[in-house]
Write a protein that binds this ligand. Structure first.
Ligand SMILES: Nc1ncnc2c1ncn2[C@@H]1O[C@H](COP(=O)(O)OP(=O)(O)OP(=O)(O)O)[C@@H](O)[C@H]1O
Ligand SMILES: [Mg+2]
Length: 276
């Protein structure tokens, strides 16, 4: 049994004429196939990198694994077809879905500006452990759990009553990570999670993810357009071009001897940028 298996995944969007400029040809709408027939697996405990140009479908894959949209094909997590489970046993599905968490490029947009750090993290703890947990020992158990999570991502305990706008980008990403791990996930999807951060802060957040991965037995799907970052963190790397997976290989193999023309092109583009 695979940890996560994606089979024949397809996704189309209907784009309106306003965005495609097709109105002048008398076509009001146009169907765009964003994922064509995507197949891959994620092994338990690995970090799988996903690279490809902007618009190739990387975030769409992550949103579909999170079941934020409908799709064609199958996403099977620990042997369970998630779309089937969602249809047949919604409560079970919600529990299972908690096992998959995500962190995004822009933590500010993903954090609720009206909630303190404590409230943000506590909400995720309660989502996983239930309302009863919040009442245990007069609320002490929840407090201690939030404290523990904040310390796991190196946020100071006395920052708990602050709001997201009082933090730097790197700190906000730590808050988003604390919220994600509060749900006790098995799979963590990082979609451009360090792309907006300064290089030194990027390194700190990457190291934090690496530490958490080991401490919490996480499996990571690491999405980025930054090939160097992907090379640094991934065990295996998957390359996507216009909605098709064109190559999957061990990180070292992929970067040292890419097989597919598109991968070669992507790596060559990176080199020219480095030299510029
Ligand atoms: N909700 C949506 N409605 C219409 N089109 C969409 C929607 N979401 C994504 N798309 C389109 O699907 C394609 C793939 O988008 P996606 O966000 O998956 O790309 P990406 O590889 O993550 O790009 P980036 O590196 O810029 O984040 C793009 O052409 C995008 O415009
Ligand atoms: Mg994206």
């Amino acid at each position: 049994m695979h940890f996560l298996e994606v089979k024949n995944l397809r996704k189309s969007f209907i784009k309106s004429a306003a965005t495609t400029g097709f109105a002048k040809w008398g076509q009001a709408k146009r169907k765009i196939e964003v994922l064509k027939d995507v197949n891959f697996e994620i092994k338990q405990g690995e970090t799988l990198g996903l690279v490809g140009e902007s618009g190739s479908g990387k975030s769409t894959i992550s949103r579909l694994i999170m079941h934020l949209m409908d799709y064609e094909g199958e996403i099977v997590f620990e042997g369970v077809n998630l779309a089937e489970l969602k249809k047949q046993e919604p409560a079970e599905f919600r529990k299972k879905r908690c096992d998959i968490q995500m962190i995004f490029q822009d933590p500010y947009a993903s954090l609720n500006p009206t909630m303190t750090i404590y409230e943000t993290i506590a909400e995720a703890v309660v989502a996983r452990r239930g309302k009863e947990f919040a009442k245990q020992e007069g609320g002490e158990s929840l407090k201690n759990r939030v404290k523990q999570l904040m310390s796991q991502v190196s946020l100071k305990e006395d920052w708990a009553s602050r709001y997201p706008h009082e933090f730097s980008g790197g700190q906000r990403q730590r808050i988003a990570i604390a919220r994600a791990i509060a749900a006790e996930p098995k799979l963590l999807i990082a979609d451009e999670a360090v792309s907006a951060l300064d290089v030194s802060v990027q390194a700190q957040v990457l190291n934090l993810l690496q530490e958490l991965k080991e401490d919490l037995n996480l499996t990571l799907l690491f999405i980025s357009h930054d090939l160097e970052v992907v090379r640094y963190v991934s065990d295996r790397v998957m390359v996507i071009d216009k909605g098709n997976i064109v190559e999957v290989a061990d990180s070292k193999t992929l970067f040292e001897s890419p097989q597919h023309d598109y991968t070669k092109k992507l790596l060559a583009a990176r080199r020219s940028v480095t030299l510029a």
